[in-house]
Design a protein around this ligand. Structure first.
Ligand SMILES: [Cu+2]
Length: 376
C-alpha cells in the first residue's frame, strides 16, 4: 500500500534538529543512548551544518514580500515584512525553532478515568472560564472543560453504558453535544431542541449506551458555540477497541497514538490548544507505526501537510475506510475527523503543519499550526 521505494541517505541533522531530538529524550536513558548512537552513525560532528547565507536571506525576504497580510490572535503577522530587517527575520525564525517544544503551564488531552457506578462509566466535566497559555507568555481568555484546551480525553468501549455529568461554572449558559456519537435524542445537547441550557451553577447528565464502532469522536459545547467552541470547549471522546489496541481495527501493529485537535479563532491558530513553538511533537522511533487522530474544531479548513512522508488515511468520522488512500496533505474541514497512519521510516525532525501559510509562518518565523514528527 505504501509504495515507498526511497531509502534515506545517512542524515546529518542541523544543530536545531539535533537539539529537538535530544530535548524529547531527556530523562529517557535508553532512548538517549540510542540517539547518540544514531548521530554518531550519521557522522554528525555536533558542529551543525547548513547555516544560512546572505543569498538565502535575500531570497527569503523577496518571497515573504509577496505574501498577503494576516494577523493571528496572538499578534503574529503573516505577510509583508516591511519594518522587519533581514537579521530580525533570521533571528525570529531561529528563535522559534530554538524554543520548540516550549513549555507552557498546562496541556490538554489528559485522560480522565471514569468512576464506575453499577457498571456505568461516569465522567464529570466542569465548564470553566480560564486564562489559557497558548505559547510562552501568551494568554487568552478560554472556556474549557476541566480547565484545559482541549478538554480531557474520555475513553470508552463499545457496549459501555456511559454517564457524563456536565457542570457549568461559567458566567453564561452552555450545553454539551456528542459529535458523531449515536445517542438518544434527549442526549443530543442542542439548546431548546433537546434540552434546556445548563445555567451557570447548574448541571446536566448525559447518559447513553455506546453503539458506534471504535473510532475518534468529539464532545463540544453547542450553546453560543462560535464563542464557546472557539474559546476551547471541545475534547476527544474515544470509542476504543477492548484493551485500547487499535491494531485490530487497522489490521497492523500500532506503536504510537497521537491526538491532534485543530483550532482557530479566539485562541489563535492552535494544535491541541497551543501555538508553535509550544505545540507537542509526535515522537516515534524508526520502524514505529504511528496513528494520528485528527479533529478540526475551529471555524476554518486546515490542510495538514506532513514533510518527508506519505501517510495513509485509514478512517473518516470514526469509520474505517474500505479503501484507505495515500496522501501528504489532508484537508480537514470544521467538524471532520480523520485517522491517519504514518510508517516512521526516515529519522529526523519532520515539520507537520497546516498549509494555509498565514496560519503558520510570517516574516518573524513559524507560529500557530506547526508541529513536527520526530523520528529517532
Ligand atoms: Cu490552517
Amino acid at each position: 500500500m505504501s509504495g515507498h521505494t526511497y531509502r534515506a541517505e545517512p542524515h546529518v541533522p542541523s544543530r536545531g534538529e539535533e537539539r529537538i531530538m535530544r530535548v524529547r529524550l531527556r530523562g529517557v536513558a535508553v532512548g538517549a543512548a540510542a540517539v547518540v548512537l544514531m548521530l554518531v552513525a550519521a557522522g554528525c560532528s555536533g558542529d551543525g551544518v547548513g547555516g544560512g547565507t546572505s543569498g538565502d536571506a535575500a531570497v527569503a525576504a523577496g518571497t515573504a514580500a509577496g505574501a498577503t497580510g494576516a494577523t493571528g490572535a496572538a499578534g503574529h503577522t503573516a505577510g509583508a515584512h516591511e519594518g522587519v530587517s533581514v537579521q530580525e527575520m533570521l533571528d525570529g525564525h531561529a528563535a522559534g525553532v530554538e524554543a520548540f517544544p516550549a513549555e507552557t503551564e498546562a496541556v490538554g488531552n489528559q485522560r480522565l478515568e471514569p468512576a464506575i457506578e453499577n457498571g456505568v462509566k461516569v465522567f464529570e466535566l466542569v465548564a470553566k472560564e480560564v486564562r489559557w497559555e497558548t505559547e510562552p507568555g501568551v494568554f487568552v481568555d478560554a472556556m474549557a472543560f476541566n480547565g484545559t484546551v482541549p478538554g480531557p480525553e474520555l475513553r470508552v468501549n463499545p457496549g459501555d453504558r456511559v454517564r457524563i455529568v456536565v457542570r457549568n461554572e461559567m458566567s453564561q449558559p452552555t450545553t454539551m453535544h456528542l459529535h458523531g456519537v449515536t445517542v438518544p435524542n434527549g442526549m443530543d445537547g442542542v439548546p431548546y431542541i433537546t434540552q434546556d441550557p445548563i445555567m451557570p451553577g447548574g448541571f446536566f447528565t448525559y447518559e447513553f449506551e455506546v453503539v458506534d464502532p471504535p473510532g475518534m469522536y468529539v464532545y463540544h459545547s453547542h450553546f453560543n458555540s462560535t464563542e464557546q467552541v472557539g474559546r476551547g470547549m471541545y475534547g476527544a471522546f474515544y470509542i476504543e477497541p477492548e484493551g485500547g489496541d487499535w491494531g485490530g481495527v487497522y489490521d497492523r501493529r500500532i506503536d504510537v497514538e497521537h491526538t491532534l485537535f485543530l483550532g482557530d479563532g479566539p485562541t489563535g491558530y492552535v494544535l491541541n490548544g497551543k501555538g508553535f513553538p509550544a505545540t507537542d511533537p509526535i515522537v516515534a522511533e524508526v520502524g514505529d507505526t504511528v496513528l494520528i487522530h485528527l479533529s478540526n474544531d475551529g471555524a476554518q479548513i486546515h490542510p495538514m501537510h506532513l514533510h518527508g512522508y506519505h501517510f495513509e488515511v485509514v478512517a473518516e468520522d470514526g469509520f474505517v475506510l474500505e479503501q484507505p488512500y495515500m496522501a501528504d496533505t489532508l484537508m480537514v474541514a470544521p467538524g471532520q475527523r480523520f485517522d491517519i497512519v504514518v510508517q516512521a521510516e526516515y529519522p529526523g525532525v519532520w515539520a507537520y503543519h497546516c498549509h494555509i501559510l498565514p496560519h503558520v509562518e510570517g516574516p518573524e518565523g513559524m507560529f500557530g499550526m506547526v508541529t513536527a514528527l520526530v523520528v529517532q
